[in-house]
Write a protein that binds this ligand. Sequence first.
Ligand SMILES: [Zn+2]
Length: 483
Amino acid sequence: MKRTGIFLLVLITIFSSITLFSCDKRENLTSYNLDLTYVEEEHNLYGKMEVNVVNSEEVVFTELKFNTFGNAFREGAKYQPVLPQYIAKAYPNGISYGKMSIDSVKVEGEKVDFYIGGEDLNLLTVPLKNELFPNESVKVEMEFCLSLANVYARTGYYDNTVNLGNFYPVLAVYDNGFYECNYYAIGDPFYTEVANYTVSITAPTEYLVASSGKLTKTKTERDLTKSSYELKNARDFCLVLSKDYEVLTEKIGDKEVNYYYYDDKSPKTKLETAVKAIKTFSNLFIEYPYQTFSVCQTKFFEGGMEYPGLVYISDNLDEQSFNEVIVHETAHQWWYGLVGNNQIEYGYLDEGLTEYSVVLFYEQNSEYGIKRETLINICEQNYQTYCTVYDKLFNKVDTSMRHLKEYKSEYEYVNLSYIKPTIMFDRLRCDIGDKKFFNLLKEYAKDGSYKIVTPSNLISSFSKSGIEVEGYFNSFINGKVIL
Ligand SMILES: [Zn+2]
């Protein structure tokens, strides 16, 4: 996600030694087949989902767990999806609620007694009749209904537009047990493995649908259109629907970059920024992996939000911020999308490198007139201000990078997960030199693609620079370094 204004001046307002990257599990991936119907009058999304779950762990499963993010929008949720300071912005029509109901679950064709539990009714448990051994797979079918809240959020509807981020029950990552994702309002509380997707959505024909995947088929009957998509090796799947959308498209080889917008006087410049960002990062890191990339202007109470192959950009941004958010969310295609991480415990891993990628973008595309030195100076000044403010407020400042639930405010989270890591990467680059830095960054992207990384993977990648980096990274992560 992108908070706006990180590069605006002065806003008041790994651990063990080297570890190997986890093995590549892509040969036999879990696959999702989703058949969706959006009923406009009800603001409900009805889904039939078939998941072929592959056990790629070295343990035997007797049950499966799925994170159900739609329930975060229900009345009485323990973890509110919107921070108090954003309520007016996110709910311009007043507070509104949504929820996710699971109507039935079958395992290998037979109905099972599932239940929804977890800390905040956010975890669906599906018992398995037979044990699922490593490398075996099982077919799970479920029917669900997602009732959308009237909210400018990742999941919600308003006027003529519908945001469908995190809209289906998604298999929890097995990480010493199935990992429960609480919907923390600070940060992106998501953690997923890559999977293959085929998704169809039926909606009134007036809606233009933007999607994470490549369009494979459309069929219109009466006033409804069914659009089908495919996406492979992706960490998630997202859709945005709008009756007001226009779209501009540019090709990069056989890949398509789309800009969906409804209120933009200079849409060509936004498409151009997205195209340049895809080209710049493909060149600096590793080639963009999917057939399409869609930038979607939408109602969103923050600056933007990333999904594989699709990003949200808030329609409430000035021209410069809009471009900056496009660059930031595009960089997430590599950091979070390709190279995955637990965003709840190590949010700074993807956000930090993403924000530093924005610096790299402006450095590589000098026509924007934004210099690396200027951006790093602004980061340093903002960080100093944060330290001074927090020191005065709390008599001490904890500058460790940490679990989302441990941040006292969004201001603290932004400084420690975006701004401080940006300084960390830039100083590392100064210390080891451009050649080594960019070679090792490429290697980190290649080795981590389609996998989950931890801080120790970052450390092990940059250990090849020949200088001692473990202490360097740990001093930033643990908050011991004085800047
Ligand atoms: Zn972000």
